[in-house]
Design a protein around this ligand. Structure first.
Ligand SMILES: C[S@@+](CC[C@H](N)C(=O)[O-])C[C@H]1O[C@@H](n2cnc3c(N)ncnc32)[C@H](O)[C@@H]1O
Length: 279
């Protein structure tokens, strides 16, 4: 059974509820009207429970920051963009980073960002602050309507010496899924992902990169249907391709290459970048 979002009980949560009240549920809804994925309370709780890859990537990004830029963070606003329940903000705090404000359009996820400062905000409308000192973002940029343009704006907005920490899945992901869809003669229904070389090009124009590499990860699922159900539970099905019917889903499942134990593999290619704005 799915848990509901954590009830607002303590002082911190009341403060967050206050912030949400100031912005107003209606205003937040209006901001979200044109968005591709809107994560509600049940999906938010499932996300916090089940998004293991995203948690591991956030920890890795925080560790990269620790061994590259931790000693030269300028003062100024620090944001976790598309930060959800604050996985990356918390991982960075664990590595000694001063607190980040979690910016996300999902009020349900922000309500689970216990102990963190939060700001409901639609990033398709740009950044909520000027001249940030640190912009961190994990598994969020690809959800924006124009990821490359948003990334260019993020780099542009950083103050001199400001830092960017980025993890984003790229178009080299989901090779087996694409192959299965092709063989099953059904449309590809995943979210279009940005190309790694194009992202790197945007980053390199304005930043001195201390780390920029592609992380390859593969997850096993008992079946394609189990993987699709997981995406649906977490509210991550906002691909442009729409839904497949049951017969099409079964065909994709049959065509998905099996590993030795009969599982299907889901491949992720994630660009991990750490850089600072040239002075
Ligand atoms: C896959 S989740 C990643 C959350 C978190 N960064 C993590 O690593 O666990 C994607 C997040 O991006 C947020 N998001 C997507 N589009 C957004 C937008 N236009 N403005 C603000 N947040 C957005 C979603 O609400 C969600 O919290």
């Amino acid at each position: 059974m799915e848990r509901q979002a954590t009830p607002i009980l303590n002082a911190e949560a009341s403060r967050q509820a206050g912030i949400l009240a100031i912005y107003g549920e209606e205003q937040v809804k209006a901001q979200n009207a044109d968005c591709r994925c809107v994560i509600g309370p049940a999906a938010a709780a499932a996300y916090v429970r089940e998004a293991r890859l995203q948690q591991a990537v956030a920890r890795r990004l925080a560790a990269l920051w620790r061994c590259t830029l931790a000693n030269c963070l300028p003062s100024g606003p620090r944001l976790d963009l598309g930060g959800g329940a604050g996985t990356l903000a918390m991982a960075l705090a664990g590595k000694g980073c001063p607190p980040l404000e979690v910016v996300d359009r999902s009020v349900s996820l922000l309500r689970l960002a216990t102990g963190l400062q939060v700001r409901p905000w639609n990033l398709d409308r740009g950044l909520p602050v000027a001249e940030p000192a640190l912009l961190a973002s994990s598994f969020a940029l690809h959800w924006l309507s124009q990821p490359l343009e948003s990334l260019r704006q993020w780099c542009q907005a950083l103050r001199p010496g400001g830092q960017l920490l980025l993890a984003v899945p790229t178009s080299g992901s989901f090779t087996s899924w694409r192959q299965a869809a092709h063989q099953a003669d059904v449309p590809w229904t995943g979210l279009p992902l940005p190309s790694a070389p194009l992202l790197q090009e945007v980053l390199a124009v304005q930043l001195r990169l201390h780390h920029c590499c592609l992380l390859q990860r593969s997850q096993d699922w008992p079946s394609a249907l189990a993987f699709f159900r997981h995406l649906k539970r977490l509210g991550l099905t906002g691909g442009a391709g729409g839904c497949l019917g049951p017969a099409q889903l079964r065909r994709v499942d049959r065509c998905w290459p099996r590993c030795s134990q009969g599982n299907v593999a889901v491949e992720w290619e994630v660009l991990m970048a750490v850089g600072e704005k040239r002075k």
